[in-house]
Each structure stands twice: as C-alpha cells, then as structure tokens.
Ligand binder design. Sequence first.
Ligand code: G6P
Length: 497
Amino acid sequence: MSQMSKQAEPAKHSLVVVASRLPVDRAEGPDGAEEWQQSPGGLVTALEPVMREAGGVWIGWSGDAGPAPGPFEADGLHLIGLGLSEDEVSDYYEGFCNATLWPLYHDVIASPQFHRHWWDAYVTVNQRFAQAAAEQAAPGATVWVHDYQLQLVPRLLRELRNDVRIGFFNHIPFPGYEIFAQLPWRRQVILGLLGADLLGFQRRADATNFLRACRRAVGLTTKGSTVRVGEPGGTREIQAAAFPISIDAASLTEIAQRDEVRKRSREIRQAIGEPSIVLLGVDRLDYTKGILHRLRAYGELVDEGRLGQRVVLIQVASPSRERVEAYQTLRDEVEVIVGRINGQHGELGYAPVDYLHQSFPREEMAALYLTADVMLVTPLRDGMNLVAKEYVATRYDEGGTLVLSEFTGAADELLAGAFLVNPHDIEGLKDTIVRAATANPAEARRRMRSMRRRVREHDVARWAASFLDALGRGPGGGGGPNLGGEPANLAEEPEIS
Ligand code: G6P
C-alpha cells in the first residue's frame, strides 16, 4: 500500500470529492461529438454549491473501460476522470466491488465471492484514486471520499498527505460483525477506513457495526462514537456516526408541479386503461431490492382478486451491473415471473404488470410517482433508498401511500407515515399492500404529510452541510467548509475494547 510516488503535483483545491463515479455521463452531442451530461444523482446536487464556492474538484471513473479522460470541466465543475482497464473493470468493479463487497455488506443475500486477484485489483485502483486526490488537494484541504468502492483511500491518502482533513461516507449498509468477519481482508479494510478523521454511515446501526468491527477485527478501543488508533505521531481519534443521506426535495416538488409533468401523469393513467389501483416499483435491477418477493406477493393478490378487477403494477427495473452473474440470474427470474402473471391474468389490451427494463429522465419519473396510488419500496436490505424519499417529495398533492421495508435506512426516518413491512413475510407483505391501497383517505393524507415534512426538512443540502461541518469541527479540524449544518449525533458511551 505504500509504493506510490510521494511526489505530488502542486496542490490546487481546498475541497476534493473522491467517488467511484464522475457526476457526469458520456453522451453523444447533436453533431455526433462526445459530450458530458450531468448525471441525475443526488450527490452532485448536494455538493455542487459547496464545490463551486470552494473551487472544488471531483475525482471519479467515467464508467467505461479505457484510458483516463483526464481533467476537464463540465457545467463549471472541475472534474478529474480516472481510467480503468478492461481487467480492472472485471476484477475491481464487477469483481471485488460488486461480487464481493456488495453482497457481503447487504447481509449475504447473494453469496459473496472471495478471490485474491480481485483484492489485488481493489488495492491498485484505490491507490490510483488516493494518488489523484493527493495531487489535487491544497495544503490543509478537505477530502471527502465516498462509498464501498474506495475504502482504502483514506489510509492511502493519509500516507501521502498527512496535512489534509479526510471524511468518508458509506452509502450502503455496514454489516454485523459475524458477516463482515468472513472478509479475508477485513483488517486491511478497517485500517483503510480509519485513515479518515470522520466516518459517516446511513444509520446508527451501521456505525455501531463498524465500531464493533474495529474492536473485533483490529483489537482497537472505542468510546461512544470515537475510535482511538495509535500511530507513529501519537494517538489519533476517529469519529464514526450516522448522517442519513437525502434528496433535493424542493427541486423534485417543483418538477412534479410543472404542467407538462402533471399532464404526462394523466396520460400514463389513460394509457394503462384506468385501472382501479396503480402500484409502482422503481429499482435498479438488483437482488437487494426484493423485486422477486414483491412480484410473488402481487401475483398472489391478483390471483385472489384482493385488489379489485383491473389493478396494475408498474415495475421500473433499471439495468445495472449487467455482466455480473447474480444480476443476470435475477433478470431471468424476474422476467419469468412477470411473464407468468401477465400470461395468467392478462387480457387483450391489459397486463397486470407493466415491466420496464429501462432508465427514465427525472420528469418521467416524477410523472410516474404522481400516478401511483401505492409505492412499493420493499428491499431485503438497503443503506437508505432514495426512491422512497423521491416519491414523498413528488407528492405535493399529499396523495398516495408508501409501503416501505423495515430493512431500509429510510424506514428509520419515515416510520411515522409509511406502511412498514418485512418483505420476507409474503402474507404480511400482501396484507400491508391491501392496507395501503385501501387506507382511509384522511389517514393516508396525514401519513403523507408527516413524511413530506421529514424529507423537506432533512434534505441533501442539510446532509452535506452536517457532514462537512462535523468534519471541520473534529480534533485538529481547521474549520472546513462551514455550511451551517446540524451537530452530528456523536453519542457519549463507555469505553469498550
Ligand atoms: C449504489 C451505490 C453507489 C453506486 C450505485 C450504482 O447506490 O451506493 O456507489 O454508484 O449504486 O451502481 P454502479 O455499480 O452502477 O455504480
């Protein structure tokens, strides 16, 4: 981990964001030339204002195999595109990130595979990101590293640049120790993360799992949310706490209120033939999302006629990680069950499941959310699930109900308004869908209002501000970009080792 060149180029930026992906996608312009378009992700929306203010830079991968696009600007943002070779896409991205860490961190819903050459690729790519961050950071800069693909970057960067303040945010769950302990490189991963000054997780339970892993895998002492690490220069204290991520609620509400979006919603309802109830699922086609369980429950409800005559489930399943075997198997299984339900219960001009293996622009998504009577967000495990929050932000009309899995980070925040469910319990799932579909309108409205308040008040700007503020305030913090965030929930608890 330490054979990198220590000769950093002249330092440049006071804020450096390091994420697996760039916040832009490669697209073809009108004249056929290549151009970059801002991707719709929430992270870039959250960080754009502070990036602009601080003259920040974003380091990430473009998503294609091949040479690095290098530094460029898009929409006034400074971007550094790093390259991954074909082998690295297969060993680092599809392999270690998405066939080892992803299933392991999502409670082994699929079996994680452990291969030493995948780990080697993970180390190499993490070194590349750390080196790029070291080259871009101004003296004393704030560097914010994101997600499970880059867990070694905090340590590698600290070895290169001890002067910078390092934050890390894990967007996915951090598993219980009994599961995490399976990872042959568990110690290296924990030590990699502990290069940071502040570690952010979606839920308190994720931070607790991480603190336990520090004690068990590395033998460190923790006190409350603080981990103590002995280093050559003395003891360093690292904070690990929950910072639940959110969305740009105001902008989604604004999109949903546009005339053309409301018109589109009416068109969708007409096109599907005015059924009695419209249910909606919106997911990346991923085995963590519980799509098969949902379809099983829905198929039985249609069989039993419990949702009336012409019910429709619109299931958007956007293509994801299509070369990874578990994703290919899932797609086959989903398509078989959709075909079975439609074959058995459809009529000419009517299919109970509208299955869309596609991605859509934000406006079309807003129109779909507005159309849904019941939104089904039923993952088996999910760090947060922003679809649940997007649905709520869209429903300015206070219409619609939300069925939400207990195993999402969003459930911690939306529990007062959502119809919570254990997606493994098919009978419970069926009953909850029926309850949500037939809820008393006044109760449904009260529930939606309470969820909307939460999402409006805890938006993505507040999330970014509270993380960066806590990063700036920690021991040795030089202040950091202050965005007026709330204090982090750093609990006082006894020392444990
Ligand atoms: C999750 C992860 C992100 C990831 C995204 C899409 O939300 O937390 O880090 O970028 O899925 O997955 P992909 O493999 O396409 O980057």
